[in-house]
Design a protein around this ligand. Structure first.
Ligand code: UDP
Length: 240
């Protein structure tokens, strides 16, 4: 049977560092990385170009350093390096699944990853290589969510698929509040006004100003990336 037609030609998948945690409380569970890689392979097989922005929260977030008394810029630089470590693991997992990939770091670290050159990244995608972005936008005071929005716009991805550990965007934290209800769709403005924790406000604003849709979905349910790519209802749409 022919493959179903994907709804997008090019996507940006935002993976938090937590997506590589598995059952660990810190670091990288390589089997989880491989499981993500298998799902990426599935959508890549549908003919979709895939870029991934990887976070670093499983290893280090700037906030941890700030809380311990560090200067924010230095703490964030440690967070940036954590994402590079994850990028290396994810590339290894993708290649073990038989995908060709390129690791692109926003902080120059030549022996490990390519620098970000927009046209080169687009060429990699056109050639069927999965591109992993690490080191966010390369500057402190930002998150990998904002970096995901920025890179998605630069490479003209049609959607951001934001992987989380819950089923979508809820009116309150579903882990804490039983009455929390899930939105099928919500506007960028409502996300900001209601202070919902979808992405940070810089990221949401960037998406809003450029009409870049976001799908928030649960990564722990197998097949969700595929469903999202096929345009099926999965999680919550954030759009105008
Ligand atoms: N970070 C940064 N600039 C960026 C992206 C990330 O300084 O453009 C730092 C920041 O300290 C952040 C850490 O890297 O806490 C890890 O990224 P993030 O918290 O977004 O990871 P995730 O929550 O997605 O795992």
């Amino acid at each position: 049977m022919a493959n179903p037609a994907p709804a997008y030609k090019r996507i940006l998948l935002k993976l938090s560092g937590e997506s590589l945690l598995g059952k660990l409380s810190y670091g990288i569970d390589f089997e989880s990385a491989r499981s993500v890689a298998r799902e990426v392979k599935e959508v890549h097989g549908l003919g979709v170009q895939v870029a991934i922005m990887i976070g670093g929260g499983n290893i280090f977030r700037g906030k941890q350093g700030i809380d311990a008394g560090m200067d924010r810029a230095a703490a964030d630089q440690m967070g940036l390096l954590a994402t590079v470590i994850n990028g290396i693991a994810l590339q290894e997992a993708l290649e073990q699944e038989g995908l060709f990939s390129r690791h692109v770091s926003a902080v120059e670290i030549k022996a490990l990853a390519e620098p970000f050159i927009r046209r080169r990244v687009i060429r990699h995608l056109d050639k069927g290589r999965v591109v992993i972005f690490s080191a966010g936008i390369g500057s402190p005071y930002f998150t990998t969510d904002t970096a995901a929005a920025l890179r998605a716009l630069e490479i003209k991805a049609q959607v951001i698929l934001k992987a989380t550990k819950v089923d979508g965007v809820y009116s309150a934290d579903p882990m804490l509040d039983k009455k929390a209800r899930k939105y099928a769709e919500i506007s960028y403005l409502d996300v900001i006004k209601k202070g919902l924790k979808v992405m940070d406000s810089t990221a949401i604003s960037l998406c809003k100003d450029n009409s870049l849709p976001i799908v928030v979905f649960n990564l722990n349910k197998k097949g969700n990336i595929r469903k999202a790519v096929l345009g099926q209802q999965v999680g919550t749409w954030v759009r105008s």
